[in-house]
Design a protein around this ligand. Structure first.
Ligand SMILES: CC(=O)CC(=O)SCCNC(=O)CCNC(=O)[C@H](O)C(C)(C)COP(=O)(O)OP(=O)(O)OC[C@H]1O[C@@H](n2cnc3c(N)ncnc32)[C@H](O)[C@@H]1OP(=O)(O)O
Ligand SMILES: NC(=O)C1=CN([C@@H]2O[C@H](COP(=O)(O)OP(=O)(O)OC[C@H]3O[C@@H](n4cnc5c(N)ncnc54)[C@H](OP(=O)(O)O)[C@@H]3O)[C@@H](O)[C@H]2O)C=CC1
Length: 293
């Protein structure tokens, strides 16, 4: 199916905004990248360049392809600059109030028929769609981290999402060389109904003294062939994001089995958010990561 998408706007130049910008540009789309803080966009494009350079050094990408990918990514400063995009993907922090404000402002400037997507990990697509002027052109496209590498995006329809919006979004994700799964619009969708529930359980396993950080991670890495242990993965995702997701499950399903582990809450309160702040279940500030408990 022809998705009719040429130019993609991305809001939020964090780990996901950057990864999605990289993967989208590498697939041949023009990308406009926006963040509240222009410096964040600059840093983000530098990270994309370093990732591309690693591929060039490993002979997995040509210099020309690297240059072409970078050339397709343009930094912009305001939501108004995204007005002519065919698709805008919101990838700001996992806080509903922040997302609602962005989506309301975006609606008022974006051309009429453009699709608005959110990369939220857990928040109701129907609820976010309702603050826009186009719930029928609104959808969840949930990419995985690191977006250039991971092969999946979850597609989530809100109650009003039109079939055309779903079909175009699916064609867009497939044009990026990725597969889709479809999830109903329930808190945290499919991936995190399972993944963050497991991460929260791993943190309880640490909290209750069943195992150390290293033992819990090794148990799942070597014993269940997970590429990363659950605590390393939590640090990789961001502990603030993990807490928001498990909180969404707890609030949305009113089931005590999703109660956020108090240790996770404490780490977030300390500002120990994982890899992105240099410290979480591991301390990344030395030569090799060291467990913090
Ligand atoms: C929070 C949410 O809402 C949803 C989520 O995303 S949940 C999290 C989902 N993600 C996961 O579960 C990730 C689990 N971890 C993994 O799959 C792997 O550890 C990993 C892919 C991250 C790294 O794999 P690895 O084999 O240990 O490392 P490495 O060999 O360095 O990297 C593999 C490839 O990924 C690339 N890569 C690694 N990190 C990258 C990044 N941040 N950005 C871009 N590319 C990256 C490397 O360049 C390398 O590419 P090539 O194969 O072309 O050389
Ligand atoms: N981390 C992960 O593994 C995954 C995360 N997600 C989802 O993707 C989204 C982003 O997560 P992630 O990239 O990890 O988060 P990060 O914290 O790395 O990045 C979020 C970015 O959004 C910026 N931002 C905050 N408010 C605004 C705003 N009003 N307008 C524009 N930009 C803003 C932040 O700027 P500043 O730092 O200045 O506040 C930051 O640069 C979340 O919804 C998350 O749930 C989805 C899949 C995987």
């Amino acid at each position: 199916m022809d998705h009719g998408i040429k130019t993609v706007g991305i809001i939020g130049a964090g780990q996901m905004g950057g990864g999605v910008a990289h993967a989208t540009a590498a697939a041949g789309f023009d990308v406009l990248l926006q963040d509240l803080e222009p410096l964040r966009v600059k840093e983000c494009i530098a990270r994309i360049e370093a990732n591309l350079e690693r591929q060039v050094a490993a002979d997995k990408l040509s210099e020309e392809a690297k240059a072409a990918t970078l050339q397709r990514i343009r930094a912009v400063e305001t939501l108004r600059d995204l007005a002519d995009c065919d698709l805008v993907i919101e990838a700001a922090i996992e806080e509903e109030t922040v997302k609602r404000k962005i989506l309301q402002q975006l609606s008022s400037v974006l051309k009429k028929d453009a699709i608005i997507a959110t990369n939220t990990s857990s928040i109701s697509i129907t609820r976010l769609a309702a603050v826009t002027d186009r719930p029928e052109r609104f959808i969840g496209i949930h990419f995985m981290n690191p977006a250039p590498v991971m092969r999946l995006a979850e597609l989530v329809r809100g109650i009003a999402t039109e079939e055309r919006t779903f079909a175009e979004s699916k064609a867009f994700v497939e044009a990026m060389g990725k597969s889709i799964v479809t999830s109903e619009d329930f808190p945290a969708f499919i991936v995190h109904r399972v993944l963050v529930a497991m991460i929260n359980e791993a943190i309880y396993t640490l909290y209750e003294g069943v195992g150390t950080v290293e033992n819990i991670d090794a148990a799942l890495r070597l014993g269940a062939n997970h590429p990363m242990g659950p605590l390393q993965l939590a640090d990789f995702i961001g502990l603030d994001t993990c807490l928001s997701i498990i909180q969404a499950l707890h609030d949305g399903l009113a089931d005590a089995k999703y109660r956020p582990c108090p240790l996770l809450v404490k780490y977030v309160e300390a500002g120990w958010l994982g890899l992105k702040t240099g410290r979480g279940f591991y301390d990344y500030r030395g030569e090799a990561p060291r467990p913090t408990r």
